[in-house]
Design a protein around this ligand. Structure first.
Ligand code: FAD
Length: 314
């Protein structure tokens, strides 16, 4: 049988044209690829810098700068950093330091606390170090709070908290040939010399904003799903977003994140009064993978955010 023909009808004839299917998928992909690549996004700097603010951290946090020498420095306390730290401990290497921008472990699962957030890989496969920590996930597809809590469990189990500088961003690294070490500097004035540096900063911890005309002048309340503003929406990861009851809400993006949180938004924003939810889509898988901010469209510039003005819409 040809590799290109898997399925046969009653008379043995092929019913699936694999080559045509491949061509169709290629065509769909090409229609969604954008020539400007990453340039389609607005840089999260200047006025947009607030999209990076950590809603979960203590803004008054302060500590003395650290000046030290260590064998291994790990950038990031998500699954990557946690696994590295855990395996180093198992190998009997205790001389390491983790540096994490957030106020706790979890990475993706620290940042993404939007309603309905969950993994879409089976949790028995996805959650690391289950046997080592003796934990059995409650759900087949674990919700974000359970994954975040498991990250913290790993931190406690392997004694990683005492080895970690939280709310600290690595700002510079320089290889110092004579010493045979990296000099690593942070935004809190730390200077750490490390023989090895492990980069586990992850690709998704920095929000991307779509370059929609009008985004600079939009005056309504807006935030990114990876920095969900429960102070504004009310409720929790389980919903009950009562603050949206009389709001008109737009969500930009139709990827996995939107699929997860739209039901909660819909329930709350259409629940009563003037509440309403608009989903704003663009035919762009890169945009879908990098979910945009959820916006309250009641403010000025709302119409500019409607689907009709989205780049390459259609
Ligand atoms: C909403 C969402 C759902 C997902 N669901 C799934 C899923 O179901 N299955 C799956 O396989 N994958 C999923 N992913 C992908 C997920 O990101 C990875 O599975 C995994 O969690 C990545 O771990 P990481 O440690 O590599 O990166 P991250 O979790 O991103 O952690 C990196 C950490 O490094 C920190 N950091 C970065 N730069 C610096 C710096 N300069 N200084 C200090 N700290 C820094 C960041 O603050 C962050 O906490 C999902 C991603 C998202 C956003």
């Amino acid at each position: 049988m040809s590799a290109e023909r898997h399925k046969t009808g009653a008379a043995g004839e092929s019913t699936v044209d694999i080559a045509a299917l491949r061509a169709r998928y290629r065509d769909e992909r090409d229609r969604r690829l954008r020539a400007e690549g990453k340039a389609q996004y607005v840089e999260v700097t200047g006025n947009f810098g607030r999209y990076l603010d950590d809603p979960w951290a203590d803004p008054g946090f302060a500590r003395e700068a650290v000046s030290e020498q260590t064998e291994v420095l790990i950038v990031g306390g998500g699954f990557g950093g946690l696994l590295c730290g855990a395996r180093l401990r198992e190998a009997g290497i205790d001389d390491f330091r983790i540096v994490e921008k957030a106020a706790d472990f979890g990475g993706t699962w620290y940042w993404n606390r939007y309603p309905g957030a969950a993994c879409d890989t089976e949790s028995y496969i996805y959650l690391p170090l289950l046997e080592e920590t003796g934990y059995m996930p409650v759900r087949k597809y674990a919700r974000a709070p359970e994954i975040y809590e498991h990250s913290r469990r790993i931190g406690r189990h392997f004694g990683l908290y005492e080895r970690t500088l939280f709310q600290t961003v690595i700002s510079r690294m320089e290889w110092q040939e004579q010493e045979g070490r990296w000099l690593v500097e942070t935004d809190r004035g730390d200077r750490i010399r490390a023989r090895f540096v492990i980069l586990a900063g992850g690709p998704l911890s920095r929000p991307k904003l779509p370059g929609i005309p009008g985004i600079e002048s939009f005056e309504g309340h807006s935030f990114h799903t990876s920095r969900w503003d429960y102070g504004y929406t009310g409720g929790s990861a389980d919903g009950g977003l009562t603050g949206l009851a009389d709001k008109r809400v737009g969500i930009i993006g139709t990827g996995a994140t939107a699929v997860q949180c739209v039901p909660y938004l819909g329930r709350s924003a259409t629940g009563s009064g003037a509440g309403r939810l608009d989903r704003i889509a663009r035919r762009d898988p890169a945009g879908a993978a990098a979910p945009g901010p959820a916006c309250d469209l009641d403010g000025g510039g709302a119409e500019g955010h409607r689907a009709g003005r989205l780049p390459q819409d259609g």
